[in-house]
Design a protein around this ligand. Sequence first.
Ligand SMILES: [Zn+2]
Length: 307
Amino acid sequence: MGDVIDFTEAQLRLGDHMVRGTAADGMIRAIAVTARSTVETARRNHGSSPLVTAALGRLMMAGLMMGAMNKGDDELITLEMHGDGPIGGLTVTANNKGQVKGFANHPNVWLPPNGLGKLDVGGGVGRGTLTVVRDLPGMAPYTSQTELVSGEVGDDLAAYFTLSDQVPTSVGVGVLVAPDAHVLQAGGFIVQLMPDHEYFLIDELERNLRDVTSVTALLERGMGPSDVLRLVLAGLDYEELEVSPVEFYCGCNKERATRATLALGRTELEDMVAKGETAEVHCHFCGTTHYLSPDELRALLEDSPVV
Ligand SMILES: [Zn+2]
């Protein structure tokens, strides 16, 4: 019996998307993503160098996949990598609907290639910490932190899952950047062994993973996330559960920018109105600058007597 794929799902698989599945009677759960346009949007928004595009793209895809693994409705996940490398820090926020945004503290870092001839993401991030913040509406955020293993993102996330969540996890994330800085490929996977797993699965998985040295190389060969998971979970009765779209999305808008402006306080705002100044609110996540004219600031002060 062949797979039945409807037209919309076939269309979905042409663009950025995520695939969720299980294997070995539910003892393994897996997720994979392809996100070229999503990472390219981040690159354009931030004007980032190839190195930073790769670092940020890897973390964005990790965020997308971890967001999709969240069961809770409206849960937000934020990943922060802070290191002593020249990038300084990377911040990514994803929801469980396939939407992600992110930025780097220093988007224009260039370093020589690493020993493997690849973009030196580990050198750009340096030594430091990975912080994972899970935000559920109406609840205090849940934060956990681990030391970075290599700053290469995939290893760091795998260590986080194994140490903090105590779930043996393999994470592969990669971004291939063209010489002109455009994103050619971006993809990743997360494979986890559930607590009731049988030990032989570890060997099987490790054997399969030895063949998957580079996710972007697989994408270059025309594979999608579904094919990547079938390769990683070969011989383990892989079962696909869900295909869903992913995108770069920042929820910032003029209304939120207006609220942020109120934080300046009445004196400062009155001063700006008097001088005829326009307020600029810059969003780090998407690079958009929202402007409030003196007239809009005046209206804001009239509407907000408490400020
Ligand atoms: Zn924004």
